[in-house]
Design a protein around this ligand. Structure first.
Ligand code: ADP
Length: 325
């Protein structure tokens, strides 16, 4: 009898959807799907949304002759990666102190792991992606917020209570704008997608100068979001360049702090905003030495994440990749 192919089931729980995938021991996504998440319903209805998604994947595993060895879940924080309890995530109000790992274990009788999405994605990049072979990995994903994960010698650094790696809430300006977390000047409130959109709207409101951003928005300043800044930049628009350059400047200050604290051997950036900032990676690297004392800062590679929209399911799977043989 031929041996059954062993795979991990990766689950990515978000505020609006549950994404699931089957991932092999090389980090390849063999199958994937998604279901709506019932984040505002009862705890049990939300659990059913998750198990419905898991069941759909286990059927495709069975159909393709693969055996699911474990289930790895990433979800929005705060959560406790050690006890597997979802604490009080703002985007998933249905669960408060919900023992997700225990519930899934009871249902499937498999090993189950849980971590927040940025930590999990950082691990996937380290095991299988852009940070493969590196030992001191700093990962950041820039989208609606800024999530970060630290992977040291192949393990996520959780800190004492599981709360480490909240780099998006490292402030670079104590008098800066108020972040949703209650602190001022967090890099998230300065450089994530919504901040770039807001920067553009402010400049468009204040300047009479023409910008392609306004053309793309059909004259509606209020509708301008960060994607339009990216499109206008790609088409050579000077105001879009100015906005992205300011974003790059604040990110460089922040990464300088990170480099001084961690002395990483690689910096990985993912998320929709990172894709837009790709043409500025060299500029960020060149600016870094002005914002840290690390004498070798300019040698640290700054690379684009390997997993794009699939970072969550790959991340979930990476949490249990050591179970794969
Ligand atoms: P999430 O935060 O759920 O991971 P995204 O990565 O799509 O979602 O990020 C959403 C935020 O990032 C929004 O503010 C959006 O305007 C911005 N954004 C997403 N993709 C791009 C892109 N390709 N170019 C510029 N901005 C983007």
């Amino acid at each position: 009898m031929s041996e059954m192919k062993q795979v991990v089931l990766g689950v990515d729980i978000g505020g609006t959807k549950v994404a699931v995938g089957l991932i092999d021991h090389e980090g390849k996504i063999l199958a994937q799907g998604r279901r709506p998440m019932l984040a505002n319903g009862t705890p049990e209805a939300a659990l059913q949304a998750v198990t419905g998604a898991i069941d759909s994947m286990s059927s495709s595993a069975t159909a393709s002759g693969a055996g699911i060895q474990s289930i790895g879940i990433c979800a929005p924080g705060p959560l406790d990666p050690i006890t597997g309890v979802i604490l009080n995530p703002p985007n998933v109000p249905c669960w408060r102190n919900f023992p997700l790992v225990e519930r899934i274990k009871d249902l499937y009788h498999l090993p189950v792991k849980l971590d927040n999405d940025a930590n999990a994605a950082a691990l996937a990049e380290t095991r299988w992606g852009a940070a493969r072979g590196y030992h001191y990995v700093f990962y950041t994903t820039i989208g609606t917020g800024i999530g970060t994960g630290i992977v040291l010698d192949g393990r996520v650094y959780h800190g004492n209570t599981g709360s480490a790696g909240e780099g998006g809430h490292v402030s670079i300006d104590y008098r800066g704008p108020l972040c949703a977390c209650g602190k001022r000047g967090c890099i998230e409130i300065l450089a994530a997608g919504p901040a770039i959109g807001a920067r553009a709207r402010t400049k468009l409101g204040a300047k009479s100068a023409h910008s392609m951003i306004l053309d793309l928005a059909k004259g509606d300043v209020a509708s301008v979001a960060s994607e339009l800044v990216g499109q206008a930049y790609a088409a050579g628009d000077p105001l879009a360049r100015e906005i992205l350059q300011e974003t790059v400047e604040v990110l460089s200050v922040w990464l300088g702090n990170i480099v001084d604290l961690l002395d990483p051997d690689v910096l990985v950036m993912g998320g929709g905003v990172a894709a837009m900032l790709k043409p500025f990676f060299d500029e960020i690297k060149n600016r870094l030495p002005s914002w840290c004392v690390n004498p070798r800062a300019s040698e640290i590679p700054l690379v684009m994440a390997h997993y794009g929209a699939d970072a969550g399911i790959a991340g979930g799977a990476a949490l249990c990749s050591q179970d794969l043989t």
